[in-house]
Design a protein. Structure first.
Length: 208
C-alpha cells in the first residue's frame, strides 16, 4: 500500500466527520492508531505513517494529536483497546491490520475507521462491498490470493500431491475462516488440507 494512498483515505475520513459530532471532540483532532502488534515490530511502518501525516500538513502536538494502542500480539486485548479509543473520543481510528480493524468496527458505528487488511474485507464483514463500503469504515486491502487460489497454484506446481499442510497461527482472529476455505478448496481438488499449529518463531509470518 502506498503511504499517500492510506493518508488520503485517513484525511478523507476525518473531513467527513459530522459537524454535530465534531463539536463534542477535543479542541485538537485526535487520530487513534490501533495495532495488534508492538511499536518495535512495526517501527518502519510507523515511521512511514507519521511521515505521511506530516506531509498532509498535520503536525503532532501542534494541530493534531495521535493516540497509540498496541495489542502486543494479544488479540483478546484489542476490543478493550478499541473501546478505550472510543472513550477518548478520537476523531478517526487508523486500524493498521485485520484484527485491529475487526475490533474497531465492533467498538463504534460512528467514529470513522480507516483500515489496512490483508484479508477479504467483504467476507470478513468489515465492508458491504468493495465499491460501496458503507457505514463508518473504509480502507485498503492487500488481498492477493484466497486459500482456494493458493491451493490451485500448489496443485499446478505439484499435481500429484495428495495432502497439503497449512501453517496457521491458532490465535489469529481470522484463522478459522481461512482454514475452512482451505479445506473446501482442497476437498474440491480431492486432496486434504491439514491445519497445523505454527511454531512460535514463525507465527508472525502469517499475514492475512
Amino acid at each position: 500500500m502506498k503511504r499517500r494512498e492510506f493518508i488520503a483515505l485517513l484525511g478523507g475520513a476525518a473531513a467527513t466527520w459530522p459537524v454535530a459530532a465534531s463539536a463534542q471532540q477535543p479542541a485538537m483532532p485526535v487520530i487513534g492508531v490501533l495495532n495488534s502488534t508492538s511499536r518495535a515490530g512495526r517501527a518502519h511502518l510507523l515511521t512511514a505513517f507519521e511521515q505521511g501525516v506530516r506531509e498532509m500538513g498535520h503536525v503532532e502536538g501542534r494541530n493534531v494529536a495521535i493516540e497509540y494502542r498496541w495489542g502486543q500480539d494479544q488479540y483478546d486485548q484489542l476490543p478493550d483497546l478499541a473501546a478505550d479509543l472510543v472513550r477518548r473520543r478520537v476523531t478517526v481510528i487508523a486500524a493498521h491490520d485485520t484484527p485491529s480493524a475487526i475490533a474497531a468496527k465492533a467498538a463504534t458505528a460512528t467514529i470513522p475507521i480507516v483500515f489496512v487488511s490483508g484479508g477479504d474485507p467483504v467476507k470478513l464483514g468489515l465492508v458491504g462491498s468493495f465499491n460501496r463500503p458503507g457505514g463508518n469504515i473504509t480502507g485498503v486491502t492487500f488481498l492477493i490470493a484466497t486459500a482456494a487460489k493458493h491451493c490451485g497454484l500448489l496443485h499446478e506446481l505439484l499435481p500429484s500431491a495428495a495432502r497439503i499442510a497449512v501453517l496457521v497461527d491458532p490465535n489469529f482472529p481470522i484463522t478459522d475462516p481461512f482454514v475452512a476455505d482451505a479445506r473446501a478448496a482442497a476437498a474440491a481438488r480431492r486432496s486434504s488440507a491439514i491445519p497445523s499449529r505454527m511454531p512460535k518463531p514463525l507465527q508472525k509470518l502469517v499475514m492475512f
